[in-house]
Design a protein around this ligand. Structure first.
Ligand code: SAM
Length: 232
């Protein structure tokens, strides 16, 4: 699933460079993020996913650059460093069930799929949800379920989750997502103004259910839309 033929040395070299760039970005940002290095399993998961399969044809030459790229419908596939960092902040384990809000291309789901037992991902734009579902199925990712809808309310029927990741910027931290987090779990979410100041936040629930929130890094995400999450 998402592994390249051994003959594809060009792509392998691009991926190796992408992983090195992620490691450098960690060095530059660790005073804010607290992450000087990422878990080897997270970097290995990043190296296993064929990012070029998740971007439009015109973007394929840039697929392994450390940049967000357009995927249509005014949406983006996130920057590899941010995908890796957010994944690491979830502290994924092989028996975890993770909820993602904002499937987009399906790339973040694919990275998570290589690390955890089950990924549920919700996308509000119908054709992006359909495209990501088809793509992930064709690539052999059997542990990802893509659902179409507004992710603000989470997925109560599958809750609680070991981790929750939101990949669009919210005006505030949605209460239903905090409720759907297991004790010991983390919710990673960009919070702030649309196309303006945003912070990557990590919301952690301790074993007693107490919530603590930490701001980690300035980021730039497309806004969370939908009736409840939109900016007022
Ligand atoms: N994780 C994606 C990937 O790997 O390609 C990138 C996500 S893109 C930065 C943000 C996505 O969130 C967009 O596809 C957007 O349509 C979606 N989105 C925005 N508001 C949403 C909501 N309320 N519920 C679900 N998805 C939403």
């Amino acid at each position: 699933m998402g592994i390249f033929g051994s003959g594809d040395t060009k792509i392998a070299a691009k991926i190796e460079k992408m992983v090195r760039t992620i490691e450098q970005e960690c060095e530059y940002t660790w005073r804010s993020t607290g992450r000087r290095t990422l878990q080897p399993a997270v970097l290995a998961a990043m190296a296993r996913v064929a990012r070029h399969e998740f971007v439009p044809t015109a973007m394929k030459p840039f697929a392994y650059d450390n940049n967000a790229l357009p995927i249509g419908a005014e949406q983006t596939i996130s920057q590899p460093f941010i995908v890796a960092l957010m994944t690491d902040l979830l502290e994924p384990q092989s028996d975890h069930a993770i909820l993602e809000i904002g499937t987009g291309s399906g790339y973040q789901s694919a990275v998570l799929a290589g690390l955890v037992k089950k990924v549920f991902s919700i996308e509000i734009i119908p054709h992006l949800a359909d495209q990501a579902r088809r793509r992930l199925t064709e690539m052999g990712y059997v542990n990802v379920t893509v659902l179409q809808g507004d992710g603000y309310r989470g997925l109560p029927e599958q809750a609680p989750f070991d981790g929750i990741i939101v990949t669009a910027a919210a005006s505030h931290i949605p209460a239903p997502l905090k409720d759907q987090l297991k004790p010991g779990g983390h919710l990673v979410i960009p919070v702030g103004l649309p196309y303006s100041h945003q912070e990557l936040m990590r919301v952690s629930k301790d074993p007693h259910g107490q919530i603590s929130t930490r701001s980690l890094l300035d980021v730039a995400f497309v806004p969370l839309t939908g009736d409840e999450g939109r900016y007022r």
